[in-house]
Design a binder for this molecule. Structure first.
Ligand code: SME
Length: 162
């Protein structure tokens, strides 16, 4: 990855490029932690206006902090708790334009105003973790971000642990 890569602001250009770069970056590597680390760094570089980008992994009945970029974050999130736990419990992405309006939102970084969480699935279909993006801007994420990031998140393959 060239550190000087310029990422387009236009989402119709950004997401195909991100998917191409992410696929190349992860190609041939099966270690999920290494891939989550590199993918969080790539997403952090590519997307503007983020204050956190990273992963939580399912371990038993909890989500446990995985590789990320941004400020130190909550380590353990109960199943069904907060935005991340809701995405994990329901298996449905959570597009939250205003985190203060989301009942039970867990404020890891007080600067976060909007959030996008995408569940990750093990090969057997069980939720194995989540990709979590936070922004200091209200309404930072829309359907285009979700649809652009879905195939990127699918590049991570992992099993449920614990
Ligand atoms: N806000 C999240 C917790 C994780 S941090 O944002 C990194 C939530 O409500 O699940």
């Amino acid at each position: 990855m060239e550190p000087s890569t310029l990422w387009p602001r236009e989402k119709t250009l950004l997401y195909p490029l991100l998917l191409e770069r992410a696929a190349a970056l992860l190609a041939g590597e099966t270690d999920a932690v290494a891939n989550m680390a590199n993918l969080s760094a790539l997403v952090w570089q590519a997307l503007p206006d983020l204050n956190w980008a990273g992963f939580y992994r399912r371990m038993g009945a909890e989500l446990v902090l995985g590789p990320f970029q941004g400020k130190p974050a909550c380590v353990r999130i109960g199943w069904g708790k907060g935005v991340c736990g809701t995405a994990a419990r329901t298996g449905a992405p959570q597009l939250v334009p205003d985190v203060h309006a989301f009942p039970g939102h867990i404020p890891c970084d007080g600067a976060s105003r909007s959030e996008l969480v995408i569940p990750l699935f093990a090969p057997d279909g069980e939720v194995a973790g989540v990709l979590d993006l936070d922004s200091p801007l209200l309404g930072r994420f829309d359907r285009q971000d979700l649809e652009g990031l879905l195939p990127v998140s699918r590049l991570i393959t992992m099993e449920v642990e614990g």
